[in-house]
Design a protein around this ligand. Structure first.
Ligand SMILES: C[S@@+](CC[C@H](N)C(=O)[O-])C[C@H]1O[C@@H](n2cnc3c(N)ncnc32)[C@H](O)[C@@H]1O
Length: 325
């Protein structure tokens, strides 16, 4: 899939071509695409191919073509503060671009079938946070990824403002996908060989629009025999607990302004953003289920982790205080 626009010499050149061909149409999307070098999501030995408008596959690692990602990013109508779920989040390339638009009060979750791909995605994310110049120019909503089959998300999970599915969806799963959305939310997915945009207009009403013809590998179906109880994908708050630990850096910038290293500042900046994610999750769960699904066991684990952080003691105490308060 892809090949709709000419190959670029580098990332900017590719984005110029996508703009010229009208795949990228808005400044916000253009900015996100320019901020992330597509080649950084390739294995080193294949980097040279990254600026072609082509999908790339190596083992379990799979990137869609740039023209598809452009259509997806435009169709999602992203803006700061939204909650986003990426089904089949792969390398994290799309999730990272989306995170640049969602900003500090967004929610950015991904679910991916293959553990090795999640590991790859986290390596790429770390490298983006530690080394990219773009990171300093955006308020980033850092993605969190979990391993699981996205067709097994428990029905009590939260709803999202925006959902994207990166693998082909069969007609029989259309309803399931539509129900992941909040009212007013937008779902973009390949459905019956068409990139499809669905807006949830009410509790039981949706509007559907076909965007372009596409060819995607289909979603892998859950493995369970008719006799066994289906597993559920771990898309629960507790699986984003690492993010919660990091949220404890709230207000850190004011406290340790004397910390000079870029690394620290980057960590603080990305961690600060997590606060928005967790607060919003708690709020929404209260609203949607009527009860607060707080993670049960982790307070002591969190305490241990905080105490183990490479931070000054007073700051650790402050973080513990904040958490326990
Ligand atoms: C085209 S890739 C998506 C790439 C991703 N958009 C990115 O930015 O790298 C499709 C991904 O869907 C994953 N996948 C396929 N079926 C899945 C399922 N049932 N549940 C979760 N992930 C699935 C594949 O492992 C693959 O990583």
């Amino acid at each position: 899939m892809g090949g709709a626009v000419s190959a670029g010499e580098d990332n900017d050149d590719l984005i110029d071509n996508l703009k010229e061909a009208y795949y990228i149409r808005t400044d916000l999307v253009e900015r996100a695409f320019r901020a992330i070098d597509r080649a950084d999501y390739y294995l080193d030995e294949y980097r040279d191919n990254a600026y072609k408008d082509l999908a790339w596959r190596h083992g379990n690692i799979h990137l869609s073509a740039p023209c598809i990602y452009s259509e997806v990013m435009e169709a999602l109508e992203l803006h700061p503060g939204l909650s986003f779920l990426n089904l089949g989040s792969g390398t994290g390339y799309l999730s990272t671009m989306v995170g640049l638009i969602l900003g500090p009060f967004g929610v950015n979750h991904g679910i991916e079938l293959h553990a090795d791909v999640i590991e790859y995605a986290y390596q790429k994310l770390d490298s983006f946070i530690k080394t990219s110049d773009s990171f300093d120019k955006f308020e980033f909503c850092e993605p969190s990824f979990v391993v699981g089959n996205c067709l097994e998300i428990p029905p009590e999970s939260r709803h999202y403002d925006r959902v994207y599915c990166g693998a082909g969806v069969q007609k029989e799963h259309e309803e399931y996908m539509k129900n992941l959305l909040k009212v007013g939310g937008i779902l973009v997915m390949p459905l019956e060989e068409k990139l499809t945009k669905i807006i949830r207009t009410g509790p039981s009403s949706w509007e559907t629009k076909k965007i372009i013809s596409v060819s995607f590998a289909p979603l892998v179906l859950p493995k369970h025999s008719p006799k066994s109880k289906p597993k559920t994908a771990p898309l629960r708050k507790s699986h984003f607990r690492f993010a919660e630990i990091v949220l404890l850096f709230v207000n850190v910038p004011r406290i340790i302004t004397h910390t000079k290293t870029t690394q620290h500042l980057r960590l603080i900046k990305s961690s600060h953003i997590k606060l928005g994610i967790i607060l919003e999750e708690e709020e929404e769960e209260e609203k949607e289920t009527g009860e607060l699904l707080r993670p049960q066991p982790a307070v002591n684990v969190l305490r241990e982790r905080i105490l183990g952080l490479p931070l000054p003691e007073p700051l650790k105490m402050y973080l513990l205080y904040y958490r326990e308060k």
